[in-house]
Design a protein around this ligand. Structure first.
Ligand code: XLS
Ligand code: NI
Ligand code: NI
Length: 437
């Protein structure tokens, strides 16, 4: 048993006036908002990779964290110590869910059979911990991007052996996710993209990616996995051109493959900003196409160009995304995974708690704001009214399947149509939104 988090108490809700840094100020898990408890709406997950595995690297510097399970030595012993610490953390922070990659929880062996043995050994222990603690698994995923075998991609690698290796990993990880009661299975492309067209057959690579997704969906049905399969868009990092650039690109890919009813999206804040959109655009796109599965919550830094994966700290960044999520009935089987890491100077055990407490409070505060926004109905009503004329004669005429371009042309002349420009009222709406923050 590791003592790493032993000095930190269980985190409880104390309210806005509390000065206790180890207490929630806004996240009151049983508080009812929009008809459900905060816990049920927000469905928070702690992620295993950034929180317990990431050693504090940046592009110019090495490890800064010195966790007991990061020492040299018997790797399986370290993996078990990490598992103990992780469940200790979960039960104190009380995110109801967690997420993991296969390689976060157990080390590679000298061949795949040994890797598989290591993995299922930890899965057995994890299953026990889940049963004892009541923690739930939001999603599992396979890491097919860190090892050098994946440097030229996994399912888009020119070498079919690499494809096969990834497929082997994903099969095991899907089995484990199902066994642990996982509610989703996530596929983040990692290196599914390319660096230079000089050495790349894009047609072949994308056909192989499609084949891989088909294999995953077929296997889901074969084993009777009830969770959602989710694709996580990201525009670049690691590769220059990712095939899963953003929500629109992923959806176009899924539709071409005929898999749009089988695979939904796991949308991440910092990936949205890296793609030149923002999170609310990505969420609005996903919800308007009934494709939102789950979200990875974090933030980037406008002054740093890479995926800094910081914890969210500003409701203004999230409010419109939450608006689209909760206006559309919430996250369903998905959740909010803190795919976020503390800064590399935040080296203490308690820093992990400050980060999660802050992130959970910011999301709770945003949810409360969205409840007011929806109940006051000023912004939703404004949007509805702005498109109101589409319910009237002309709108219906345009949508009538018997109407042609020539009929519309004739109508413009016959009815002497002269559109009057109308204000978009952006500043007025920004002032209204400001009231809720
Ligand atoms: C990386 C991704 C990754 C996925 C899981 O940028 O966000 O963490 O969520 O593989
Ligand atoms: Ni990310
Ligand atoms: Ni992510």
């Amino acid at each position: 048993m590791t003592e790493y988090f032993s000095k930190i108490p269980e985190i409880k809700f104390e309210g806005e006036e509390s000065t206790n840094p180890f207490a929630f100020k806004f996240y009151d898990e049983s508080k009812k908002v929009l008809g459900k408890s905060m816990k049920e709406h927000l469905r928070f997950a702690t992620c295993y990779w950034h929180t317990f595995t990431w050693p504090g690297l940046d592009p110019f510097g090495g490890q800064t964290f010195d966790r007991p399970w990061m020492q040299a030595g018997d790797e399986m012993k370290m993996a078990k110590m990490k598992l103990d610490a992780a469940f200790d953390f979960f039960t104190k922070i009380k995110t109801p869910f967690f997420c993991f990659h296969d390689r976060d929880i157990s080390p590679e062996g000298s061949n795949y059979a040994e890797t598989q043995k290591n993995f299922f050994h930890i899965i057995d222990l994890m299953e026990q911990k889940i049963n004892d603690s009541g923690m739930k698994l939001l999603w599992g995923t396979a890491n097919a991007f860190s090892h050098k075998r994946y440097m030229s991609g996994a399912s888009t690698n020119p070498d079919p052996e690499v494809f096969a290796y990834k497929a082997a990993q994903v099969k095991d990880c899907m089995d484990a996710t199902m066994r642990l009661g996982g509610q989703n299975y996530v596929l983040w492309g990692g290196r599914e993209g390319y660096e230079t067209i000089l050495n790349t057959d894009m047609t072949k690579e994308t056909a192989n990616l499609q084949r891989f997704l088909e294999l995953v969906v077929n296997y889901k049905h074969k084993i009777g996995f009830k969770g959602q399969i989710l694709l996580e868009p990201k525009p670049h990092e690691p590769t220059k051109h990712q095939y899963d650039f953003d929500s629109a690109t992923c959806l176009a890919f899924l539709r071409k493959a005929g898999l749009e009813n089988e695979i939904k999206l796991n949308v991440e804040v910092n990936h949205a900003t890296l793609s030149g959109h923002n999170f609310e655009h990505e969420i609005a796109y996903a919800t308007s196409n009934s494709a939102l599965g789950s979200i990875d919550i974090n933030r980037g830094d406008t002054l740093i160009g890479w995926d800094t994966d910081q914890f969210p700290n500003n409701p203004a960044d999230l409010i419109m995304s939450f608006y689209f999520i909760f206006k559309n009935g919430g996250l369903g089987q998905g959740g909010m995974n803190f795919d976020a890491k503390i800064r590399r100077q935040s080296i203490d055990a308690e820093d992990l708690f400050h980060a999660h407490i802050g992130g959970m409070d910011v999301c709770a505060k945003t949810l409360i704001a969205v409840e007011k926004l929806l109940n006051d109905n000023v912004i939703p009503k404004f949007i509805e009214d702005r498109y109101e004329d589409w319910n009237k004669n002309l709108g219906q005429f345009i949508h009538n399947k018997d109407t042609g371009l020539d009929d519309i042309n004739k109508k413009v002349i016959d009815d002497n149509i002269e559109p009057e420009p109308r204000s978009g009222r952006q500043e007025y709406l920004e002032n209204i939104l400001n009231k809720y923050l």
